[in-house]
Design a protein. Structure first.
Length: 126
């Protein structure tokens, strides 16, 4: 008798919990929109692009001389506060520039224009 009562209680709990579950159609979460970096390299050298996140420097990509490139930021950079800094190094020269701190969120668009004198470069975050 005790086993039968236990079985009835378990069945009632299972039915009650299933009635609370609703299926919702999948929506594209905001986190699926990538953050992108558009680099307009007006420098005469190829430029290596690095990112600093949590004190760790990683390679993002390279942009040829006088070329434009789009780089999608890896999803791990969007975690926590998403604070990063970008570094551009003109390959074959001692010239490097580091951006101010940028906060990345899903859908963020960063436009970085690298001039022949890297110190005159501009960056915009949308």
């Amino acid at each position: 008798m005790l086993a039968r009562t236990r079985l009835i209680v378990i069945a009632a709990v299972a039915v009650a919990s299933m009635s609370c579950w609703h299926h919702h159609p999948p929506n594209e979460p905001a986190g699926e929109t990538p953050a992108t970096l558009h680099v307009d390299n007006r420098n005469w050298q190829n430029v290596d692009i690095q990112v600093v996140h949590r004190g760790i420097q990683s390679h993002l990509g390279s942009v040829n001389a006088s070329a434009v490139a789009t780089i999608v930021f890896p999803k791990y950079l969007l975690s926590d506060l998403g604070e990063i800094q970008l570094i551009a190094h003109a390959i074959g020269t001692p010239y490097t520039i580091t951006s101010q701190v940028i906060v990345l969120k899903p859908g963020t668009e960063v436009r970085w224009t690298l001039e022949t004198d890297l110190n005159r470069s501009t960056i915009a975050v949308y």
